[in-house]
Design a protein around this ligand. Structure first.
Ligand SMILES: [Ca+2]
Ligand SMILES: [Ca+2]
Ligand SMILES: [Ca+2]
Ligand SMILES: [Ca+2]
Length: 441
């Protein structure tokens, strides 16, 4: 507990220092998959941003004018007051920095105007490989399967969207991207697994692009989509075709899924088993100013109960499967715990016969049922169900289903899970003991 409160103090300290610098244009944290904006103004014409990176990670940082003729330049500084490690400078309205990190720790991005003579708004986006593909500020991107088509929005001129797929050396891929609105000229950049250099791209000023490429490596590939010249915003469509379309080993069907809301604190991380995996490592954390922590070490099965989490926060996680052919890297995924979670405090009574009316007592159920659901074991009741007797923000009354005698399988009682789904978000679960009626043999 002491260790934890110590972390909280350190965290608050860092938070306070960010706020105290806010006027001098310290914009704070930027995560992989995030798209943000800043403003350059007299007299400094400079802003800074922070992210945590590891030696060997690849970063692609884009910055571009939104208004005011600013020509944002990108300067990247390593941890521990190191000297400039990389930069993208000059007079264009958009810049792109593609760089493999040389150190591990908290990196600083400084954005300043070329020639320090213009004020204006600019956009910035960070891509880290490996790293998260989407974020709360930009939901476009994530895992894509062969045959899938997606649409996304370049929300401002510097936006970069990240799509990922598992590929195998020798697989043939065709990736397309095209404008839907706003005169964007989407470019395609393909990065290999293991943070390697750009493997292929389709760039230039046309509104449609096509990348036809045979993969050189095996693992999790990353496709970046951004505007040619970083000077337009708008909607685009993209697609992936992989020949053959077979799914190489990977971390599939991960729960919580990317970008989801989680209120079920007694739930577990889970994913499909990887063939012939000997164990799984699971990394978890907030992925901004410190690395993810290994919370599961060589797990024998694809599952781990959630660690302690707090409301109003976003969390990142990542799985590595060990196999005799080497490690299989999972994507970096995030989810969030809403500030006002749907919580069941108790079910009353907690043991009863079928057809009894029970009360579910909790918080944030919503004032009316609407599209929300109540689950009792495998049965689900929507607002059209006559079993729902009352629905308020803190109390639900529902009649337990009529179970047949054979459902009890000769036992005196059976336990079922009770939970609610509000706005698509599952609550925690409580157990209900259903007693076998006296009339059953
Ligand atoms: Ca300038
Ligand atoms: Ca986007
Ligand atoms: Ca994006
Ligand atoms: Ca353009």
């Amino acid at each position: 507990m002491r260790k934890k409160s110590c972390y909280v103090i350190v965290f608050l300290g860092i938070l306070c220092s960010y706020f105290s610098f806010a006027r001098s244009a310290d914009r704070g944290e930027i995560r992989s998959g995030e798209t943000k904006t800043g403003f350059l103004s007299s007299p400094g014409f400079a802003d800074s941003w922070n992210f945590y990176g590891g030696e060997g990670d690849r970063v692609i940082i884009t910055a571009a004018e939104i208004s005011g003729y600013v020509e944002p330049e990108i300067y990247l500084y390593p941890p521990d007051s190191g000297e400039l490690e990389a930069s993208a400078i000059g007079p264009n309205s958009g810049k792109r920095l593609d760089h493999q990190l040389q150190r591990t720790g908290l990196y600083t991005i400084v954005i300043s105007d070329y020639y320090l003579d213009e004020e204006g708004d600019y956009g910035i986006a960070l891509v880290k490989i490996p790293g998260a593909a989407t974020s709360p500020t930009d939901p476009d991107g994530g895992l894509i399967a062969s045959g899938d088509g997606k649409t996304g929005i370049l929300t401002h001129q510097a936006d970069t969207d990240i799509y990922q797929f598992y590929g195998k050396v020798g697989d043939h891929t065709v990736i397309t991207a095209a404008e839907i609105s706003g005169y964007v000229e989407p470019e395609i950049y393909l990065y290999p697994p293991d943070s390697g250099e750009l493997e292929a791209s389709a760039t230039g000023p046309n509104s449609g692009k096509r990348l036809d490429h045979t993969l050189e490596k095996t693992g999790l590939y990353t496709i970046l989509i951004s505007d040619y010249y970083l000077d337009e915003e708008g909607e685009y469509g993209m697609s992936l075709t992989k020949i053959p379309p077979t799914l190489p080993p990977g971390i599939y069907n991960a729960y919580p899924s990317n970008g989801s809301a989680i209120c079920n604190m007694n739930g577990s991380f889970s994913w499909d088993p990887v063939q012939e995996a000997t164990g799984y490592d699971l990394y978890f954390g907030e992925d901004v100013i410190e690395p993810l922590e290994k919370v599961g070490d060589n797990l024998p099965s694809p599952r781990l109960p959630f660690p302690e989490m707090e409301p109003g926060r976003a969390y990142y996680w990542h799985v590595v499967a060990h196999t005799s052919d080497g490690d299989v890297q999972g994507p970096y995924l995030w989810f969030y715990v809403p500030e006002n979670c749907v919580v069941i405090n108790r079910v009353n009574p907690w043991r009863c016969e079928p057809r009894t009316i029970i009360r579910i007592i909790g918080e944030n159920f919503g004032d009316t049922q609407g599209d929300s659901l109540v689950h009792i074991g495998r049965k689900t009741f929507d607002s059209s169900s006559p079993r729902i007797k009352l629905w308020t923000d803190t109390k639900i009354k529902v009649r337990v289903p009529k179970y047949k005698c054979k459902w009890f399988k000769g036992e005196d009682s059976r336990k079922v899970k009770v939970w609610v789904t509000v706005d698509g978000i599952d609550s925690n679960t409580k157990r209900l003991k259903v007693l076998k009626p006296a009339i059953c043999p």
